[in-house]
Design a protein around this ligand. Structure first.
Ligand code: HEM
Length: 412
């Protein structure tokens, strides 16, 4: 093959790969983005023992009965979980029971061993899905929503979770506001795929439209995130909800990790659930060519191992797509440069807004909790760390700075 044919061929291969991004092959939909479309609410009949516990989870945890129920659970075979949606619900259910089991008594003396009747099927369904055996964003948010009235609007009042934790309405809203943020991102994900196609075809008008749509979508995500303040009480989030998202990696309350009985003899360590495991912002970063500092990249890339493998593959394929930033820099299309900068700015604003949310729900709430219970030793072990295990504010600020630094100078 001569060089030009090779270039054409590689161009065709990239085009093929990137076009496939839009075909649902990655469990991404134009309408729902990364949210699972129509998540199931029930498992096949033989899994009733799991569903009975999951449906009572807040009560069983609050009344300190969950562990006793888990010890009585029969060992069930995962073979009858046939469809992807069944497996996703099973992962959500087993993950939620696991978090409740571990944190039922708070951070004091968490168990060292997850019993085999829970650990074996959880590891098995995790293996099938390519997810780690712990609660992840794709469980708590992407798989954990249903519309009360299917024809009704995408509003908190018309949504409910499938599995819940203690924390009442604040818990529900914490999950559902995040669902709404993911939903608001869906047109942005669609625009991003159109943008990559426009780049491949050197179609400036389509690229411009895609960038404008992406900016709108990012701004809608910020508006959706703002609802956190309307529905989620910071003190309930900090003192009741947050612990159920905590993992057993870099967590001083469980320094050794957790033994999954019947799965591995050595304890395993996994990070807790965090929206840092959402693929949305990482997809936007890839498309816009935003490069984070080494520590930030290491953490964000590690979070990809907590995403469904098809979503992780989407991010990797986006990474090898043609560079939007190079095109904007070299094409001399001033309108595209402006639209690009507006996307970067909208993303930096979303990240600033998110930092304010974190300051209110973690930093301020932690200091209030401390002043109420100055002698309480353990619950604050994680106070300045995210559930994913980061030193929160410095990490988030660095991610925002790197986003802002990506802005292009129109006169360069
Ligand atoms: C009460 C609400 C929220 C709190 C307290 C919160 C807290 C945090 C924390 C502590 C981190 C640092 C990583 C870690 O250790 O977990 C983080 C990262 C992150 N969060 Fe949130 N979060 C909230 C809502 C959301 C929502 C609704 C989204 C949207 C999907 C989101 C998206 C992200 C992303 C993408 C990161 C990674 C950093 C970045 O790319 O900017 N968060 N969050």
């Amino acid at each position: 093959m001569d060089t030009s044919r090779e270039i054409m061929e590689s161009h065709r291969q990239t085009l093929k790969r990137v076009t496939l991004l839009s075909l649902g092959r990655y469990h991404i939909s134009e309408e729902y983005g990364f949210l699972l479309q129509n998540p199931l609410k029930e498992l096949p009949e033989q899994y009733r023992p799991w569903m009975e516990i999951a449906s009572e989870l807040p009560h069983l945890i609050e009344s300190h009965q969950l562990r006793a129920h888990v010890y009585k659970m029969p060992l069930l075979d995962c073979r009858f979980l046939k469809s992807h949606r069944e497996q996703r619900l099973a992962h959500l259910v087993l993950a939620a029971i696991t978090m409740g089991f571990v944190w039922q008594e708070g951070e004091t003396q968490p168990p060292k061993v997850l019993p085999r009747t829970l650990a074996i099927p959880f590891a098995e369904v995790s293996r099938k899905l390519g997810l780690p055996p712990i609660l992840v964003h794709s469980d708590l948010v992407l798989t954990n929503w249903t519309k009360r009235n299917p024809e009704g609007p995408w509003e908190i009042s018309n949504l409910e979770t499938i599995v819940s934790f203690p924390g009442g309405e604040s818990l529900q809203a914490f999950v559902l506001v995040t669902v709404l943020v993911e939903k608001a991102a869906a047109p942005g994900i669609k625009a991003l795929v159109q943008g990559v196609e426009a780049l491949l075809q050197h179609n400036r008008d389509t690229l411009l439209q895609a960038l404008q749509q992406l900016r709108l979508s990012i701004q809608d995500m910020t508006k959706a995130l703002a609802q956190m303040h309307d529905y989620v009480d910071p003190d309930i989030f900090y003192t009741v909800i947050r612990i159920f998202l905590s993992g057993w990696k870099d967590n001083p309350a469980m320094p050794e990790g957790l033994v999954y009985e019947g799965v591995a003899t050595e304890p395993l360590r996994y990070s807790g659930g965090s929206a840092a495991q959402s693929s949305v912002l990482q997809a936007f970063d890839e498309f816009l060519g935003i490069q984070h500092c080494k520590g930030g990249v290491d953490f964000l890339h590690r979070m990809r191992d907590y995403m469904p493998p098809s979503h992780k593959a989407f991010l990797e394929d986006l990474h090898s797509a043609p560079s939007l930033r190079d095109y904007v820099l070299t094409s001399g299309a001033g309108c595209c440069l402006m639209a690009y900068n507006q996307c970067v700015e909208a993303l930096a604003q979303l990240r600033s807004y998110h930092i304010n949310v974190v300051a209110r729900y973690i930093i301020s709430a932690a200091s209030r909790a401390r002043s109420k219970m100055p002698s309480h030793p353990l619950p604050h072990a994680l106070e300045d760390r995210g559930t994913g295990g980061t030193a929160v504010l410095s990490f988030l600020k660095s991610v925002r700075e790197k986003t802002m630094e990506t802005t292009l100078n129109p006169n360069a």
